[in-house]
Design a protein around this ligand. Sequence first.
Ligand code: FES
Length: 172
Amino acid sequence: MKNEEKSKCCSSEKEGGIWFTVSRRNFFTLAGWGLFFATIGAYLSQLMGYKGFFYPKVLFEPSPRFSVGTPTAFPENSVTTLKSRKIFVVHDGNSFKAISVVCQHLGCAVEFSKEKNIFECPCHGSKYYRNGVNFAGPAPRPLNHFEIIMDDAGKLVVDTSKVVPLETELIV
Ligand code: FES
């Protein structure tokens, strides 16, 4: 009995070591499972996004509340375009307004015409008075007006997440 076990035990070693203890059928079964799990892993990593899986899903956007400087930065009776912020700062007398550059028709950026003293949309010809009220073209409503306040440091702060009524203005 002991001799039989010994001969069974050592026959594989004689044949070439541990690699010959796995039958061909087992080898292909293991290879099949390995391929299956590798495919599932690759699919899941694509689905989750390799890096995205390790980081929180957060949109890094600029804050809608920002400082535009001191009132003296805006000449009296002027319209200043802040392209990067997509607003006009309208300064008339001691009044300040923050008006959106986004046309209310299909969202093009309107431009201020100094000669005509109105806002004009280059896309389909909408026109807005200096106070943002539409009077020509397909725009269905006035330009959005945003909250504008003065902070403790004496700077004007605009919040584009807060749309205010047209007549709202900051008196300085
Ligand atoms: S987008 Fe301004 S008129 Fe059409």
